[in-house]
Write a protein that binds this ligand. Sequence first.
Ligand SMILES: [Fe+2]
Ligand SMILES: [Fe+2]
Length: 265
Amino acid sequence: MKSKKITMDIKSIDKNWCEDDFYRMFYNILNAGIPPFERYVIKTMREVRDDPRLKDEPRLRELIDIFVQQEIEHTKMHVPVNKHLDLDQFPISKRTEKITRFIQRKTPLHMSVASSAFIEFVGFGFFDSHIKKEVLYSSGMHEEMAKLWKWHTAEELEHSFVKLKVINHINNSYWLKTLGLIEALIVANLYVTTLIPSVVRQDAKAQGKKFWPHLWMFMKGLAKTDWGVNRQSMKDYFSKDFDPEIKEPWIAEQIDAWIAETGAK
Ligand SMILES: [Fe+2]
Ligand SMILES: [Fe+2]
């Protein structure tokens, strides 16, 4: 696991960068929500890095450093893309980031670590279904946007285990993880769900479509989305002897394939 970069021709990305209306809006919501969300996980993991319980765990500290570096690179790439696509000026984003920062300050650090572990380990389970459905190939995405998401998803798959491993080492109590899950649901909804009306409205305008039917179509697509939150992923999150680092072989293959395809180094 290491932090890699890609080069992108951002200017070539058209506003209507994906033929599939649902996936264009879905990924635009992710695009807009990613930088503030990544600032949240970066802040959390930077703070926990110096936890005395990690004093004799140089490898965990190294994993945290690589994780933070990967997220910094993701944000650095998403910010100019968002600017280019006018996804960086939603007033709701700024408001929800303030609220999430407040929540983060008021809750114990370990709760935010558990929350980060939940979101990226369980909550990002939809990547799995998008991989199976080959969304990054079959939805008519602009090449450069597909490249951005292949690289980003590859590194998300790569580092998904880090936060769960850290919280399992520090405190893997059921109650802390339950509180982490609650914080995760709140912040994930603030970062992502609140963006739905703004992104759908902007997209409807650009496509010359009416807002309500466009929103209805989007919500129907969301209802059909498989989030990967299931019995097994929840069991793994709460488990005391589960090692999240051990992944299924296809994940390593997918990461290698996308790193090769995007030329990330
Ligand atoms: Fe990321
Ligand atoms: Fe991540």
